[in-house]
Write a protein that binds this ligand. Structure first.
Ligand code: SAH
Length: 349
């Protein structure tokens, strides 16, 4: 059954018109869903019974059911959801000084095959619909409603490659960003891509205010080819051309994510190459502590080693930060909880 969450504000108005209803009914439904955050269509008390019945016969609200929830000592909360077709997806709530952030999943599994990542252990089964992504945000927001707190930030960094599901992701973000609903600020929303170059151009030309993060993880093609298969399709010179286009079109700083992998991409020459690669680009580097994935055999670096790499970059004029770790005591790394459940269930893909 389709979810009402699949419609953005405009689409809901058009749907109302197409049924011969007044357009403002679309606005009312949107308010019920995202301002009052009802869990059942029958709670729309100002809608006639016939309308509610009509909607209930055709749509659900949330297409998710909760399968598991783990809360870390630092408050990081991992949600495991089941979709209507039995697929499992994860979302993570993270608590920061500046607000509450959710990490959203964009696909069931992932085909990008990055050598270090847990998500790619399970190949892509399908894209998530816009509504299935909206529903992750809504579930967590409804949890927070009990505490009178609100989600202020979204990162599209869960399982999946958002630019391999571009239209649905953009539709999802339009819904949660909408002022008439959750109103999560565009500048508080970040999309992370492994480097699907044609979609970086599309995104650059869309002129949204969402932040863009590029998963780089290697400063030269030879190494990036081994870590991230996408690099064989779109090598670094093409990626950097697209990144420059984004900068020209949007005049905004973007982020490069760089996981430090012991003995692989953490040496002084890598810092040097990275500084060279990013010369003249309005960007900063986010150094990410590696969440070890047993199956892959890579190791992270110590805090001191990370600091050395950080210092080397800063000395060469590259602005960078070291990402704080969250949920170290739960299965909070990308795809870990889902992979564990699938193993327990004996699911093979
Ligand atoms: N496909 C997108 C978004 C999902 S991954 C992308 O590649 O950007 C989000 C980020 O987490 C990426 O930078 C990814 O490389 C990183 N990541 C994947 N596995 C990780 C792990 N085990 N530890 C730390 N970061 C990881």
């Amino acid at each position: 059954m389709q979810s009402l969450y699949d419609f953005n504000y405009e689409q809901l108005g058009e749907y109302a018109l197409a049924q011969g209803w007044k357009k403002y009914r679309g606005h009312q439904l949107f308010q019920w869903m995202y301002r009052k955050r009802i869990k059942d269509i029958d709670e729309m008390s100002d809608q006639k019974k016939e309308i509610r019945t009509f909607l209930k016969e055709r749509f659900c609200l949330s297409p998710l059911t909760l399968k598991d929830k783990q809360v870390s000592k630092d408050g990081t909360t991992k949600y495991l959801f089941e979709l209507a077709d039995g697929s499992l997806v994860e979302s993570v709530l993270m608590l920061y000084d500046y607000g509450r952030s959710i990490c959203v999943t964009s696909q069931v599994g992932c085909n990008m095959g990055c050598a270090f990542c847990a998500s790619g252990l399970l190949k892509k089964k399908r894209d998530l619909s816009s509504g299935e992504m909206v529903a992750q945000v809504m579930y967590v927001q409804q949890d927070l409603d009990a505490l009178q707190e609100r989600l202020s930030h979204i990162v599209v960094m869960g399982t999946g490659e958002p630019f391999d599901n571009y239209d649905n992701v953009m539709n999802f973000l339009a819904t949660v960003n909408d002022d008439r609903g959750l109103a999560i600020g565009a500048r508080h929303i970040t999309i992370s891509t492994c480097g699907v170059v044609p979609k970086i151009y599309a995104f650059a030309k869309a002129h949204t205010q969402y932040n863009l993060a590029i998963s780089l993880h290697a400063p030269n093609d030879a190494l990036r080819d081994t870590l991230m298969p996408i690099n064989r399709a779109y090598p670094l010179n093409e990626l950097m051309k697209a990144v420059r286009c984004y900068g020209e079109e949007n005049n905004r700083r973007l982020t490069f994510e760089y996981i430090l992998l012991k003995g692989v991409n953490d040496q002084p020459q890598h810092a040097k190459q990275l500084a060279e690669l990013l010369k003249g680009v309005h960007a900063y580097v986010n150094l990410i502590p590696y969440n070890a994935v047993d199956e892959h055999g890579y190791q992270g670096v110590s805090r001191n080693e990370a600091m050395r790499f950080y210092d080397a970059l800063m000395k060469m004029g590259v602005r960078c930060t070291i990402r704080k770790e969250h949920g170290g005591d739960i299965d909070a790394a990308c795809g870990q909880l889902r992979a564990k459940h699938m193993k327990v269930q004996g699911v093979k893909q």
